[in-house]
Design a protein around this ligand. Sequence first.
Ligand code: NAD
Ligand code: MG
Length: 336
Amino acid sequence: MPSDNVSETRRKFVQGTGMGLVAATLAAPVAAQESAASSAGGDAALRDPRNLYPRPPFAAQPQPWPGLAGRMTPRPDHGETSYRGSGKLTGRKALVTGGDSGIGRAAAIAFAREGADVAISYLPQEEPDAREVIQLIRSAGRNAVALPGDIRDERFCQELVAKAVQGLGGLDILVNNAGRQQSHASILDIPTDQFDWTLKTNLYAMFWITKAAIPHMPPGAAIVNTSSVNAYDPSANLLDYAMTKAAIANFSKGLAKQMISRGIRVNAVAPGPFWTPLQVTGGQTQENVEKFGQQTPMGRPGQPAEIAHVYVELASAQSSYVTGQVYGESGGAGNP
Ligand code: NAD
Ligand code: MG
């Protein structure tokens, strides 16, 4: 049962329009120009994808890690005012790590509008972003569970899953999306503690959370991991990060072979450049932030709102024959 007593009528209204009252009152993202706002939600009108969202140059905008989407210029579009659900995940129970901002936030909003109850994990410093997502999930008429904490700690990962299961009343979608990316020009500049930090966040936490979650997941459940184009075409300045993303793609394929014996599907998403806090908090040099996305054939970065549908599809029963796949979305360059 949703915890916020939203009436059935209102729930249907919100799911139908994809525009919760809270969503409407939250500051509209600069990126959500009129045309883009309706397109990411599934509107069938023809629009040129090159011009849907902001293109470089962007302003340099360093933020201390882990950063806030709410402080980015232009503000990323996570589908707040655009995503329209159509009941694809009705009654499902999802945990999304890193659900406060960026790609995870877009997935969390879309899941709620598709009818799922959603728990999000994030770092305590990200509370302002997380509060907005919690409000958006609730205004879609769904139960929202907020789980702040540091996933580099195995015990916290176990607690995280336990609290998600308790708060949602079960678990049938797990999105391992939280990630750490810091740019280093040379391998000689990567201290062991940074290397460890990247691997703990991107690999150990995924392993711990997945291990804790599987016993709770029934047949029909789905796991979706976030890999990257860096898995296939590593950036020279992201050696440690890129190797974790290759491992995530590999883990997803191997785990898929194992988990089908339980009726659980496992897939991964491999995004190209997306406009999120990860990139402006040391994930790229500020010089690279200024021209972010320019190198893609599309000539611009993706907005999180543009990739949420992939998470929805991979989690939904429509993808019943899809497991062990890596789905790329990268503006025209990179694999798969
Ligand atoms: P983001 O900064 O919005 O999301 C990353 C999230 O990870 C943060 O919000 C934070 O909550 C979480 N996180 C990081 N360290 C944590 C820790 N120790 N404990 C708990 N939570 C922690 O950026 P994003 O780009 O949306 O990143 C989401 C995923 O997408 C990451 O796995 C990233 O590697 C992947 N990705 C991003 C891009 C891109 O261009 N933005 C491209 C490919 C893949
Ligand atoms: Mg964040």
